[in-house]
Structure formats: structure tokens, C-alpha cells
Design a protein around this ligand. Sequence first.
Ligand SMILES: Nc1nc2c(c(=O)[nH]1)N=C([C@H](O)[C@H](O)COP(=O)(O)OP(=O)(O)OP(=O)(O)O)CN2
Length: 292
Amino acid sequence: MTLFVNDISQLDVAFWCPQKGLSGASWAVDVELDGHLGEDGMLFDFGEVKPWIKKSLDSGPDHTLLVPTQAPGVSITTRGEDCIIRTTQPYAMEVRGPRRAFTLLPWPAINAERMAVHYGEQLSRRPPQRIESVRLQFREEAIEGAAYGYSHGLKRHAGNCQRIAHGHRSRLLIWCDGRRQPSLEQRWAERLDARYLVDVEDIIDQTSASLTLGYRASQGEFRLTLPRERCELLPTATTVEQIATWLVAQVSHQDAPLSHVRVQAFEGIGKGARAEAILEMRAWQKATPGNQ
Ligand SMILES: Nc1nc2c(c(=O)[nH]1)N=C([C@H](O)[C@H](O)COP(=O)(O)OP(=O)(O)OP(=O)(O)O)CN2
């Protein structure tokens, strides 16, 4: 007998890609459980499946940086409770933080299929009563239009979003004067894809070629150095509300100065924020140091 539950959870991660460098992914998770029925006529109560799978993924890979330790140029050092990851190609990056902010995987590259098999096997090792095996599927959201994978960290977040390199794959919608703008959406998605979104307040050191970001949050001390050209600088925290507001300001300024601009930004699958020029842009300008 097989029991299935689709969309049981979601994973939002950053991952190191040997071709693109630091990138972001969001996967919807489906599960299939094989086993036999109990006297209650059930294989496993649906009400218990979700917390079991979600808890395991949330305390594991979710909101971490997935590091393929066999990718060329990747090296790992541990220092006390911290982990330091260095890369050389396609570019040099160094990231440091508490060990649980990283998921080290002994592979040359990260992909959704391998991740699903790995975590399915892990869950199958200690299954609940009557379950014999667990299969997972990690599904990218099917997006017809523009989408981008980015990474960031929110130092003020009390939970795992404070981790300096976690990420998302997100849709992007832009309207000018009430009309969708697919080519603008595509252009901005290409610009933001595989970029790190920086809150300028987090910059603690810089050269002409690189930026170092750092902060202390409740889980520990975080540091990240990466090439400037791989970063997009925002004057605020990189919450999805602020990303939408920043995009409205950018599009209004660079692409459509005389239009009423509306942006719907997503943070991963199925949630996000909508912002519009003029009112919200004024509020944003007011809240941005140096813009008063
Ligand atoms: N209003 C906002 N709330 C949160 C934001 C944000 O930008 N605006 N951002 C975050 C984090 O960046 C986080 O990555 C969001 O991930 P999420 O999947 O929502 O986090 P959870 O794991 O807590 O949610 P699940 O339902 O378990 O997937 C947080 N909040």
C-alpha cells in the first residue's frame, strides 16, 4: 500500500553551483510512503505525516547553504562551532557561520533529484510504525514567465532566515500603467539571477573587487566575502517587501519614469509582496538614510 501527500512542505535554500556560483532554489516537497495498514485501516495518519516530514527537513537542509563538497575548488574548515567554506571557481567566495547554517553533501553538484533520494533514504532509516520506505520528490515551481534564484540573509530575523546565505527561486511580475511587462520582468530576473542581495548596512569591508558582509544574530556570527559583481546592493534589509519596493523604485527610475509601476515580488513559492510607485516609493525614500 502506498500513501502520498503532495506539497507537504517547501525548501528554501542557497546552493553552491560549480558553474554559476552562489544561487538560490525553492522546492515543493511531495512524499510517498510504502507500508501496511493497521487495525484503524490507515497506513499513517495524514495529520502526523506532515509534522514528521516537515520537522525533519526544517531542522536539516531548509534555509541552509547546500555545499557540494566534491565540486572543484570547494574546501571546508571547521573552527569550534563554526564552519568556513571557501571556493575558487567560478569565483572566490568565503562564508563562515554556525555549522547548522550549512549542509555539506559529498557530491560534485547539487540537484533536486539527488537531494530527494538522499533525504528519502534518511527518513526511511527510522520510519514510524508500519512504514517501510519513504520516497520524496523535490519539485521546482513551474513558472511560465520570469524567475530568478537569489540568496540573502536577514540579520534581524529570529529564525533561520538570519542565516547569511539562504535563498529562494522566485517569480517576478511587473506592471506599468496596469499592463504586464514580460520583457522588463525577464530583464530584471536575469539581472537578479544567481545574485546575492546585500543590505548595505551589513558591509563591513570592501575592495574594488569584493564585498565582505558580517553580522551577529541569535544563532551566532556570520561572515561572507564574495565578488562585488555578484551582488546587488539594497539600502534596506532584503525582506521581500523591501525587494518589491526597491524594484518599483528601480523600474520607475530606469525603465518607466512616467508610468504607474507595480511590482509583485515572490519569496520562494506562493508568497511575497506587492509594491507600487508613488506612495510606497516616497515612504521608502523617507526611510532610507541619506534620502531625506
Ligand atoms: N513579512 C516577511 N516575513 C518573512 C520574510 C520576509 O521577507 N517578509 N522573510 C523570511 C525569510 O527570508 C525566509 O526565508 C522565508 O522563508 P519561509 O519559508 O517563509 O520560512 P519558514 O520556514 O518559517 O516557513 P515554512 O512555512 O516553514 O516554509 C521570513 N519571514
